[in-house]
Design a protein around this ligand. Structure first.
Ligand SMILES: [Zn+2]
Length: 375
């Protein structure tokens, strides 16, 4: 099968390009030749998007330890172009957290998810955002091992704060088990964060600027340390580029500074793809008003309501380079967590392809060679 349109590869936009698919593989990507079928058009052809930080959607939560909810949330994001997704657990009581991780591992075995992200419980109380402070713990090697075991090889990312006692040892233990440690929900000083990042202990930073103190020029904190480390190639930084978590100017500056080390994530909760209303995020109650999710009673921002392609559309419509956006929404996130089979329109990779019209609205989604939406 051949698809034709404006093909976004990690290196360029092929204005009249063809992506050729056989079975579940991409077998060729290049310029169209005269007589190629189908006819030329102005659709965009993108790789399936890769979201590393996602708590749910379609009214369902990955944090509920409920297989039906996991399937609903995964399907909501798949239909909107996210063909690879980590299900994110939140801080909760240990037995409950382990049950959530085990359920997400089952969904990974079933092919619904690409793995598991565990956000907490080794986080800073001062920067816990919507994570329930009642269940925060200092880094604990025993619990870290239990989380990894519950995930049966599928825990890809765990978020933790660098300044907590024992953080270095637990980060090293997780790395030895193949888990990417993400620095986040942290009040670390700039030197502590810089040392942690420079040692290679955190190949990823959880939602840069959110869940950390605002940057002050005399006390720049973890935000500047993370951005500088990303600019120097020592880590990757997640950005929730939905117009709510970060100002668009902040996103553009961070994309420029972090370059190929920027990763767009949704941090989506159950309300993604749904109307305003009352929802849950793990043990916390959340109100969504005008598309903004906050802890009940007007508290901290409690996750996002976007789907990843909406962030790409938002910034592409504002004139950002589609190549850079697709790298941040597919290629870099796949690479940082070791999903070597996806993340780009490149021969040999799994045929995950998104077709969007000239205004970046998704019209069709292919996963592993099968149309899963809009065929
Ligand atoms: Zn989150």
């Amino acid at each position: 099968m051949k698809l034709r349109g404006r093909v976004v590869t990690p290196d360029e936009v092929i204005v009249d390009g063809v992506v050729e698919i056989e079975g579940d593989r991409i077998v060729a990507v290049g310029p169209a030749s005269a007589g190629d079928d189908p006819a030329p058009g102005d659709d965009w052809l993108l790789p399936g998007l890769v979201d590393l930080h996602n708590h749910g959607g379609g009214g369902a939560s990955f944090t509920a330890a409920d297989p039906d909810q996991v399937a609903t949330a995964a399907a909501t994001h798949l239909a909107a172009a996210t063909t690879s997704l980590l299900g994110s657990a939140v801080t909760d009581a240990p037995e409950r957290l382990l049950a959530v991780v085990a359920t997400l591992a089952d969904a990974t075995d079933a092919g619904l998810l690409a793995g598991v992200h565990v956000e907490g419980p080794f986080l800073a109380e001062a920067c816990c955002g919507a994570q329930d402070p009642a269940y925060l713990l200092p880094p604990d090697a025993g619990l870290a091992r239990e989380v990894v075991a519950a995930g049966r090889g599928h825990v890809r990312v765990m978020t933790m704060a660098a300044e907590l006692p024992g953080a270095d040892a637990v980060a090293d233990l997780l790395a030895a088990d193949g888990v990417v440690v993400a620095l986040g929900h942290t009040a670390a000083s700039a030197p502590v964060a810089r040392t942690f990042l420079a040692a290679g202990r955190a190949p990823l930073v959880t939602h840069l600027f959110n869940g950390m103190p605002p940057m002050h020029h005399r006390s720049p904190g973890p935000a500047l340390a993370a951005l500088a480390a990303a600019a120097g190639g020592a880590t990757c930084v997640e950005l929730v580029a939905d117009g709510v978590h970060l100002d668009d100017e902040t996103v553009r500056a961070a994309l420029t500074l972090a370059g190929d080390r920027a990763v767009l994530v949704t941090d989506a909760m159950a309300a993604a793809g749904m109307p305003d209303g009352d929802y849950e995020l793990g043990p916390q109650r959340v109100e969504v008003r005008d598309g903004v999710a906050r802890l009940a009673g007007g508290g901290a921002i409690a996750g996002g309501t976007s789907r990843l392609v909406e962030q790409v559309r938002r910034h592409a419509a504002a004139g950002l380079d589609p190549v850079r956006l697709v790298r941040a929404a597919a290629t870099t996130p796949a690479s940082v967590v070791g999903l070597t089979d996806v993340g780009a329109l490149r021969p040999g990779l799994r045929a995950d392809v998104v077709v969007a019209d000239s205004s970046w609205s998704v019209t069709r989604v292919m996963k592993a060679g099968d149309w899963v939406a809009g065929a």
